[in-house]
Design a binder for this molecule. Structure first.
Ligand code: ADP
Ligand code: MG
Length: 392
């Protein structure tokens, strides 16, 4: 959706007025590698996608704020002083939460607004439509109010909206990637310190194909907690050998190998091995991509999936089938599950000439083997939040 199309959508929804109409966009995101290691002091490595959430916005003179989306029928209008007084229990809690958070930060809205959102990210499939919605709202409102804010701060405030206002407990990666992403780059990010680096990711003739298993994620919360306590137990055991060790991911693979015999619990060793090796794979990925070695990166993606399946045990039949079928397609450099696991999406790196065949053949085989209809999104790496100008 380009700027003109968004303007047309807006004009079909709202009455004309003399006020300036501006259009903003924030992308979705995918984590390329570095799974289940953020809470162990490891890196994540997300990239912004080429599709996202657009917002057309215009000032009003009457101090009211109107919220509408092309994706969902619910709309609402509120006077400025009413914002946040009561939860709507609807999608509008995300953008209202942003206005409330800005006010808490000493930046109350000084004008009413008409807002129209249009999302291209499938909701609830793990590509972070909610973070995209929060970040585009924050960036647009700040721009309309003539206030400058660092994008790292925008990510932080958007995370607070998700955690505190909407009440979904999630880390900073999503909002961070959506705010700070850049075309032809992935983001190496340490979630607890927010230390980060943009790493070149020139996909060239390759595309990211995101495959949605459409499997409902049942186990994810309880298994997530179980993995966290297993990691804590592994860390505690290793701290007897390496007292200065604060996080599992800070151990080198060869150090872990040295202490292997000391584990009396095979499961804890497997979990620790995933964490330590996955963090090493992230760093190897940075090196591979800095040298445009997509083939080496694809192999690291494959190794990541195999480790999540066999060592960390957070995959499931549907994710494994999707990955197996993806790897059968000539032109696929690598395929892995992305996100917490037990359902959700996989990400594959596929030559553009093979993409149609990938979607047809993987889709067919997946359906035959799982009785579920997968969904496929083909995209490149896009920019973080920005104002849309001209054609783009
Ligand atoms: P995810 O972030 O993985 O896509 P979530 O459940 O966290 O899934 O967020 C999805 C919710 O965000 C939707 O149910 C809706 O409330 C809101 N949302 C996302 N995009 C839009 C949009 N374009 N218009 C309205 N609401 C949206
Ligand atoms: Mg979300």
């Amino acid at each position: 959706m380009n700027k003109q199309e968004m303007e047309q959508l807006f004009m079909s929804k709202y009455e004309p007025s003399g006020a300036e109409l501006r259009v903003f966009n924030a992308p979705g995101r995918v984590n390329l590698i570095g799974e289940h290691i953020d809470y162990n002091g490891g890196y994540v490595f997300p990239a912004a996608l080429e599709f996202g959430t657009s917002l057309a916005i215009r000032k009003r003179q009457d101090g009211k704020v109107f919220f509408a989306s092309t994706n969902l029928p619910f709309t609402t209008e509120m006077a400025l002083e009413e914002l946040g007084r009561e939860k709507t229990g609807e999608w509008t809690d995300y953008p209202i939460g942003v206005a409330v958070e800005l006010k808490k930060m000493g930046i109350p809205l000084t004008s009413g607004y008409d807002l129209l959102f249009h999302g291209e990210i499938p909701n609830g499939s793990g590509l972070s439509s909610s973070a995209s919605l929060e970040v585009v709202t924050a960036f647009a409102l700040l721009s309309m109010e003539g206030k400058e804010m660092d994008k790292v701060e925008i990510a932080r405030l958007s995370q607070r909206v998700e955690n505190q206002y909407v009440g979904v407990n999630s880390g900073i990666m999503d909002q961070f990637a959506v705010a700070n992403g850049a075309q032809n780059h992935a983001i190496l990010l340490m979630c607890d310190t927010l230390e980060y680096k943009l790493v070149p990711f020139r996909t060239g003739e390759y595309k990211l194909v995101i495959s949605n298993t459409k499997k409902r994620r049942g186990l994810v919360d309880s298994k997530y907690n179980e993995r966290r306590s297993e990691c804590d137990a592994a860390l505690e055991m290793l701290q007897k050998r390496v007292p200065e060790l604060n996080y599992l991911a800070h151990l080198k693979p060869e150090q872990l190998e040295q202490w292997k015999g000391d584990f009396d619990n095979e499961v804890l060793y497997k979990r620790a091995r995933h964490v330590v090796e996955e963090n090493a794979r992230v760093l190897q990925s940075v090196e591979a991509l800095s040298g445009d070695d997509l083939k080496a990166f694809g192999e690291l993606m494959n190794a990541s999936h195999d480790s999540l399946r066999d060592l960390y045990e957070v995959s499931c039949l549907e994710l494994d089938v999707m990955v197996e079928e993806a790897r059968k397609i000539e032109g696929t450099l690598g395929a892995r599950m992305t996100g917490a696991g037990f359902g959700g999406c996989t990400v594959s790196l596929v030559h553009e000439a093979s993409v149609d065949r990938f979607v047809a053949e993987v889709g067919k085989a997946y359906q035959e083997r799982t009785r579920l209809e997968g969904e496929f999104y083909v995209c490149g790496v896009g920019d973080g939040v920005h104002e849309m100008k001209g054609e783009k």
